[in-house]
Design a protein around this ligand. Structure first.
Ligand SMILES: Cc1cc2nc3c(=O)[nH]c(=O)nc-3n(C[C@H](O)[C@H](O)[C@H](O)COP(=O)(O)OP(=O)(O)OC[C@H]3O[C@@H](n4cnc5c(N)ncnc54)[C@H](O)[C@@H]3O)c2cc1C
Length: 301
């Protein structure tokens, strides 16, 4: 059994039949077969090889800030790298950081040192791994601007170093190749005297325009070249529209929120309601940015 193997090989902590919702910002999700927090990269390699050999399905979970997880039983091993959270400062502006790190505190410190390009680290909820995987961005600055390389693990459990992440809008090479991000090399170049002032300004904008202190997973839909998803939803008069506790935020129409007890199916129904309304009215097929995980389909892309 998986738990026996993890205990015997001292891979980390492992829970069987574990409620995954507390590890998501939406606070939606069911019982998964296993939840594992690995204690080192070495343990992760062992674990991945074992899971492949024994044909377990697995999913790497970061901070769960971009996930909508089914609340049915999930025969999936959720692997968290949150215990891999070391920071190695290589010089004044170059850092090698573990992917399980929550980067807010590090980002704030780097901004205090004057480097404004650390902004996404402070403003976007998540782990380093999640931010890089999603090529997360805010105020027109994406994380790939500061990433110089990534150490990752391929499906066979081999470590590789990648320099070119083939990034686009919410796109990287990691989803296509099922790579697990282990460490990220960050390089900050853009020094500004008023960096702290700018951080405060952007934090205030975020607070005023996004429902940051609610159960949400950020933007639900990807924007297009010629449209902003929030604008299409707003024009349809759907601000605040809800299906029980699954709602479209009053503050930002591309943010969907769980008001308290929303179920997976209610949130999914809301997503499809918006998708169909937008399709009928604007002939635009919105794609979700939020990754939807069910027992039958693990969203990699
Ligand atoms: C209030 C709020 C505001 C937000 N604002 C923004 C914003 O301004 N800009 C923006 O871009 N996003 C925003 N988001 C969305 C979210 O913060 C980002 O998508 C973030 O990058 C998710 O990181 P995470 O660690 O939570 O990843 P998760 O949500 O846990 O996972 C996301 C994907 O990354 C993969 N992943 C995570 N870690 C690894 C790893 N080590 N190796 C391989 N794959 C991995 C997962 O398998 C999954 O496919 C917001 C979310 C919230 C809740």
């Amino acid at each position: 059994m998986l738990k026996d193997y993890i205990d015997k090989e001292n891979i980390g902590i492992c829970y069987k039949n574990y409620s995954i919702k507390k590890h998501t910002t939406f606070k939606i999700g069911g019982i998964c077969s296993y939840y594992v927090e690995v204690n080192s990269s070495h343990s992760l390699i062992k674990l991945i090889k074992y899971l492949n050999k024994e044909k377990y399905r697995y999913f790497i979970i970061g901070n769960g800030s971009n996930l909508l997880i089914d609340d049915e039983y999930l025969d999936i091993v959720f692997i968290s790298l949150r215990r891999l959270n070391k920071i190695l400062k290589l010089n004044e502006h170059v850092y090698l950081v573990d992917s399980g790190l929550k980067p807010q505190v590090l980002g704030k410190k780097i901004i205090e040192d004057g480097y404004i390009d650390a902004l996404p680290l402070v403003l976007i909820p998540g782990t380093i791994g999640g931010l890089v995987y999603m090529n997360a961005s805010c105020f027109k600055k994406s994380i790939d601007h500061i990433v110089r390389g990534v150490i990752c693990l391929n499906q066979e459990g081999k470590i590789i170093f990648l320099k070119d992440l083939k990034c686009g809008y919410r796109k990287t090479c990691f989803s296509k190749n099922h790579l697990i991000i282990l460490k990220v090399l960050l390089d900050f170049q853009n020094k500004k005297e008023n960096s702290l002032e700018l951080l405060n300004k952007y934090q205030e904008i975020k607070r005023n325009t996004q429902p940051v202190n609610t159960y949400t997973a950020g933007s639900m839909f990807i924007n297009g070249i010629n449209y902003q998803a929030w604008e299409l939803i707003d024009k349809l008069g759907l601000r605040g529209f809800r299906i029980n506790d699954a709602a479209i935020s009053f503050k930002h129409t591309n943010f969907f929120v769980n008001l308290k007890n929303a179920t997976f199916n209610e949130m999914l129904a809301l997503i499809y309601y918006v998708k169909i309304s937008v399709l009928i009215n604007y002939q635009i097929d919105l794609k979700t940015e939020v990754k939807i995980i069910t027992n039958n389909s693990i969203a990699y892309s």
